[in-house]
Design a protein around this ligand. Structure first.
Ligand SMILES: [Fe+2]
Ligand SMILES: [Fe+2]
Length: 251
């Protein structure tokens, strides 16, 4: 559940409700074909960036699946594992959308990048909380990135992909934030202070890396660094409250 700006108490949705939401969201949309293709300038600004995001979206999610399975077994929340399976499939669908777009423009996908390798390494080193924390960090920034990318192109296919992914990522951020609150519910106050600090540091670093690697595409979408930075932190602020156990009446 998104943290309302007025600070009203939240209630967890729980895995059963999330499962229904992910199931309802499962139907892949047909992407619009035709219309203007990428201009030469657009190509220069966005293709490499889209290739790297495609790589990031494309994961088998084996490590997350194993962590979620352990968590489901430990807590008796078997539906959580099912929701994670839907979630992984949804991310793979994002990767397929982007691959389809790249191929339709005559480009291929890429096999690796240093930023993607760091991101994957961080998640693989981690327990469920850290893994979900790293994921949600990327998804919060992805909301800003895809909104900018949508503004960076006249391609109807790419614009439709950006809209669809933004909608999905909004739900993903809510889902992951709620799980973080559940995982942190027994944490002491000093522990929560440290958790918040570490998450802010991670978010800060991730925002800078995304700007370094994708700033050209984001700028083309109309966001200079200051506006990008502000939007990222606005999104982070909106999601942050939903990561706090104290914000919920039922935790
Ligand atoms: Fe995604
Ligand atoms: Fe996502």
């Amino acid at each position: 559940m998104t943290a309302p700006a007025n600070g009203a108490p939240l209630r967890t949705r729980g895995s059963r409700e999330w499962l229904d939401l992910f199931r309802a969201n499962e139907e892949p949309e047909d992407l619009p074909e035709g219309g203007p293709r990428l201009s030469g300038e657009e190509r220069a600004s966005v293709v490499r960036s889209v290739q790297e995001f495609q790589l990031g979206e494309n994961s088998e999610g084996k490590h997350l699946h194993r962590l979620a399975g352990d968590h489901a077994e430990k807590t008796g929340d078997g539906d959580y594992l099912l929701v994670i399976e839907y979630f992984i499939r949804e991310e793979q669908r994002h990767a397929r959308y982007l691959k389809h777009f790249l191929v339709s423009e005559g480009f291929g996908t890429v096999k690796g990048s240093w930023a993607d390798a760091v991101f994957r390494r961080l998640r693989r080193l981690a327990n469920l909380e850290v893994s979900v924390g790293v994921l949600v960090t990327a998804e919060i920034i992805a909301k800003v990135y895809y909104a900018a990318l949508e503004g960076a192109t006249r391609s109807p296919t790419l614009r439709a992909i950006c809209e669809r992914v933004q909608r999905d990522e909004k739900m993903h951020v809510q889902f992951q934030a709620e799980r973080l609150a559940i995982l942190r519910r027994d944490r002491s106050l000093p522990g929560m202070v440290l958790t918040r600090l570490l998450h802010r540091a991670l978010f800060c670093g991730a925002c800078l890396v995304v700007w370094r690697n994708h700033g050209e595409a984001v700028r083309r979408g109309g966001l200079r660094f200051r506006a990008y930075w502000r939007r990222c932190w606005d999104e982070f602020g909106a999601a942050r409250r939903a990561m706090e156990p104290a914000a919920y009446t039922d935790l």
